[in-house]
Design a protein around this ligand. Structure first.
Ligand code: ZN
Length: 223
């Protein structure tokens, strides 16, 4: 891991747990341009980590500090997710500059980094989210090409095997999306992450009395 110190951070609120992991794409033409911007005091944005396409990981902000990656955001009743999250920027030009698949080396590095973070903080699987999940009206990263399923099979995030019941009407809110948005907006964000066919399964996994054995956990994973 390489280190470059970004000045763009401040203190977390006293007592705030670190219970959310937010994944982004950089959405810039190159990794160097993205890292420069995340360290530019005038830009007032940052993340804790950046993962390059070849798998090189940069540390920009200590996890104890509040990096500025989420902006106006909502998940499971909490606003301003910078307070309680760790942010990872994953290098990809994004929808604006030529969205392309995330290379296997990069995904492996993202997975290792996430597992390391999850081992040190009480972050439940359902709180591993994309920027588009917590700001569905303004963000689409990391986008539909991101391998959420592969991450989940390695113990990072939520991915259902299957479920055969219809989704309840309040499924999106139950999962964690901001109920203030038009459901069409949140449904689009959901589809980027999980695909529409999994709405009932994810809602079931996020229901108060869900049976956890139906979903991937460290004990039943394929390697
Ligand atoms: Zn983002």
């Amino acid at each position: 891991m390489k280190r470059r110190d970004s000045p763009n951070h401040d203190g977390r609120p006293p007592g705030a747990p670190i219970d959310t992991l937010v994944l982004h794409y950089t959405g810039m033409a190159s990794a160097a341009a993205a890292i420069d911007r995340l360290c530019d005091p005038a830009a007032r944005v940052s993340s804790h980590y950046v993962v390059e396409e070849g798998g090189l990981v940069w540390s920009l902000v200590p996890e104890t500090r509040r990096a500025w990656h989420a902006g106006v955001s909502f998940w499971r009743g909490h606003r301003d997710l910078n307070d309680r999250s760790i942010g990872i920027e994953i290098v990809n030009p994004g929808h604006e500059w030529g969205y392309r698949p995330f290379p296997a080396l990069q995904m492996a590095a993202v997975c290792d980094l996430c597992l390391d973070i999850l081992a040190r903080h009480p972050i439940p699987a359902r709180n591993v989210v994309g920027h588009s999940d917590i700001a569905p009206d303004r963000k689409q990263d990391p986008g539909e090409l991101f391998d959420w399923e592969g991450l989940a099979r390695n113990g990072v995030g939520l991915w259902p095997d299957s479920v055969d019941t219809p989704a309840p009407p309040d499924a999106l809110t139950q999962i964690g999306y901001d109920p203030a948005f038009d459901p069409a907006i949140t449904l689009r964000a959901f589809e980027r992450h999980w695909g529409r066919a999994r709405l009932a399964a994810i809602a079931a996994a996020c229901a108060p009395a869900s049976p956890p054995r139906r979903f991937h956990s460290p004990s039943n994973q394929r390697a």
